[in-house]
Design a protein around this ligand. Structure first.
Ligand SMILES: [Fe+2]
Length: 212
């Protein structure tokens, strides 16, 4: 299902300006949260005496964005709006939901996983740029065959072939092969959902210190 930005409020979910702000908050850019893809170089950086963890400097993030591709995990509380939408998706579907921020300023790169399947449902919101999505019918999945879940060769046409513009969203249920192709600089936020329905959920309260 494609949701168009004129019909929902996600048109202003997240922007390059907000990403710029976040990447400059270096402790948020920890190496266990930020995944650098297609970066040809083995980047190196220094940690000073005050660093409490290995986090990536903003200058390296910028270089990866210009030449490669990155995504940031555990970002569901990075902004109030992202937290709000994660909360709505959790209430609607009943599963724990994260937010992954995907970004590149180099749209010529192919998706590193090609056509692939995931073991979680996913709502993807295009925030800036344009991304073409192809989605195929559900595949029968053999347990423990994860290596076969990526770069899948599909000889039939996709069930869905759409280009998302800022504010558009697509919902992809698990085990449906999908292929994302950037048509422009890309900034999108994916909301993967998984877990069992009685699991504990993230605390979604957005605190305001109104007395200050
Ligand atoms: Fe995926």
């Amino acid at each position: 299902m494609k949701l168009h930005h004129e019909e929902n409020y996600w048109w202003d979910l997240f922007s390059w300006k907000e990403l710029e702000h976040l990447i400059n908050l270096r402790p948020l850019m920890s190496t266990d949260r930020v995944v650098l893809l297609h970066s040809k170089k083995g980047y190196k950086w220094n940690l000073d005496t005050w660093s409490t963890q290995d986090s990536i400097p903003a200058s390296v993030i910028k270089e990866v964005l210009e030449n490669g591709f990155l995504y940031i995990k555990e970002a569901s509380r990075f902004t109030r709006k992202i937290n709000e939408l994660a909360n709505e998706i959790e209430k609607e579907y009943g599963y724990q939901t994260d937010a992954h921020i995907y970004a590149t300023l180099n749209p010529d790169l192919p998706h590193p996983l090609g056509a692939h399947i995931d073991d979680n449902d996913n709502v993807i919101v295009q925030c800036e740029g344009a991304t073409n999505w192809k989605v195929w019918d559900k595949m029968d999945v053999i347990p423990d065959s994860r290596k076969d879940w990526v770069n899948i060769d599909l000889d039939k046409p996709p069930t869905l072939d759409i280009t998302l513009l800022p504010g558009d969203a697509v919902w992809i249920p698990k085990y449906h092969p999908h292929l994302a192709t950037s048509e422009d600089d890309r900034l999108s936020v994916s909301f993967p959902s998984r877990g069992s329905k009685d699991d504990l959920f993230q605390d979604r309260e957005w605190v305001k210190l109104s007395s200050m």
